[in-house]
Design a protein around this ligand. Structure first.
Ligand SMILES: NC(=O)c1ccc[n+]([C@@H]2O[C@H](COP(=O)([O-])OP(=O)(O)OC[C@H]3O[C@@H](n4cnc5c(N)ncnc54)[C@H](O)[C@@H]3O)[C@@H](O)[C@H]2O)c1
Ligand SMILES: O=C(O)[C@@H](O)[C@@H](O)[C@H](O)[C@@H](O)CO
Length: 278
C-alpha cells in the first residue's frame, strides 16, 4: 500500500486527504492548526511534524500557504526529510516549482495543481520545473490517474499555469461587471452556470467556438463574429476589493461553508456522472 504525506490541512489539503484515503492509501497529515484532530477525514493519521509525516512517504502533496519563501523553506526540508524515491508535489496555484527549488535537488519536485475540491474536480495540472526528471513527470501522471484524476502535463512554466490564467481573465471581468453595477455576484454566477459553465463542461472554448461558427466552423466564427469580439474593451477592477467582498458576502454569506460545499459536491458529481454516461 502506498503512503502519501499531506503537508498543509487547509481547504485543499483536507480535500486531497479525503481523496487519498478513499483510494486506500496510507495518509499522514501535518499542519500547525490547533483544531487539526477535529477536521481531518476518518482514516487519516496525524503527524506532529513535517519530518514525521514524510518519513516513509512515497508521495508528498504540499498544500501550505501560497508564499514563495514558505515553499522554498518547506521544499528544502522535504528534500532532506522525505525518502529519496518520494515524489514531492506542490498544489501551488501560481508559483512554478523552479522558483522554489533553487539550490536544492529539484529532480523529484513538480507542480500537481488541483482545482478545488480535488476530491471532486478531476483536473490536475502537472507542471515540471527545470530540474524535474522525466521519470518524476511520468510517476506524477500515473499517481493522479490512479486516483481517478485527469492530469494534464504543461511543458512550459508560466505563473498561474493554464487553468488559473483562464480563470483570472474571467474573474477580472466578473469583478469589473459587479463593481460597475452591471450585475450582482449571484446574477453573474447565474450567467456563467447557465451558459459558459454548462458549455465548457462538455466542449471547451475552442470546440465551442468551432461549433459556434456552424458549418463554417472556427474560421467562419473568427471572421464573422471575431472582429466585434476582439474589439471589446474589457474592464479593470479596482485595486480595493472591499466592496466586491461585501457584495459576495451579501450574496452567499447566509449559508454555511459546509452547506454550500455539500451542494457543490453533489451537483458536480452528478455532472461528472452524466458526462461519463454520455
Ligand atoms: N483554495 C483553493 O481553491 C486552491 C486550489 C488549488 C490550489 N490551491 C493552493 O493550495 C495551497 C493551499 O491553499 P489552501 O487554499 O488550502 O490554503 P489554506 O489557507 O486553506 O491552508 C493552508 C494551510 O497551511 C497550513 N500551514 C501553514 N504553515 C504550515 C507548515 N509549516 N506546515 C504545514 N502546514 C502549514 C495552515 O495552517 C493552513 O491550514 C496554496 O498553495 C494554494 O495556492 C488552493
Ligand atoms: O479555482 C481553483 O480551485 C484553483 O484555480 C485555485 O488554484 C485558485 O487558487 C482559486 O481558488 C482562486 O483563483
Amino acid at each position: 500500500m502506498k503512503t502519501v504525506a499531506v503537508v498543509g490541512a487547509g481547504v485543499i489539503g483536507l480535500s486531497w486527504a479525503r481523496l487519498f484515503v478513499e483510494h486506500g492509501l496510507t495518509v499522514r497529515i501535518t499542519d500547525p492548526r490547533a483544531d487539526l484532530a477535529e477536521v481531518v477525514p476518518d482514516g487519516v493519521q496525524i503527524a506532529s511534524t513535517v519530518a514525521e509525516a514524510v518519513r516513509d512517504a512515497d508521495f508528498v502533496q504540499e498544500n501550505g500557504p501560497e508564499n514563495l519563501e514558505f515553499k522554498k523553506t518547506l521544499f528544502a526540508e522535504l528534500v532532506r526529510e522525505a525518502p529519496q524515491h518520494a515524489l514531492l508535489l506542490s498544489s501551488s496555484s501560481a508559483i512554478p516549482s523552479t522558483a522554489f527549488t533553487e539550490g536544492i535537488d529539484g529532480s523529484r519536485v513538480l507542480i500537481g495543481h488541483p482545482f478545488n475540491p480535488p476530491h471532486v474536480i478531476p483536473l490536475v495540472e502537472v507542471v515540471p520545473g527545470q530540474q524535474t526528471s522525466e521519470e518524476s513527470v511520468t510517476r506524477a501522471v500515473e499517481f493522479y490517474r490512479s486516483l481517478g484524476r485527469t492530469p494534464v502535463v504543461e511543458r512550459k512554466e508560466i505563473p498561474g499555469f493554464v487553468g488559473n490564467r483562464l480563470q483570472a481573465a474571467l474573474s477580472r471581468e466578473a469583478a469589473y461587471l459587479v463593481e460597475q453595477g452591471v450585475v450582482t455576484p449571484a446574477d453573474l454566477d447565474a450567467v456563467v452556470t447557465n451558459s459558459l459553465g454548462l458549455r465548457w463542461a462538455t466542449v471547451g472554448p475552442f470546440l465551442g467556438a468551432h461549433l459556434g461558427g456552424g458549418p463554417g466552423g472556427y474560421r467562419h466564427l473568427a471572421t464573422h463574429i471575431g472582429k466585434s469580439m476582439r474589439g471589446l474593451e474589457l474592464g479593470t477592477p479596482s485595486q480595493d476589493p472591499e466592496r466586491l467582498i461585501e457584495a459576495v458576502e451579501d450574496a452567499y454569506g447566509s449559508s454555511t461553508y459546509s452547506a454550500l460545499a455539500e451542494t457543490r459536491d453533489r451537483k458536480q458529481l452528478a455532472v461528472l456522472t452524466a458526462l461519463e454516461e454520455n
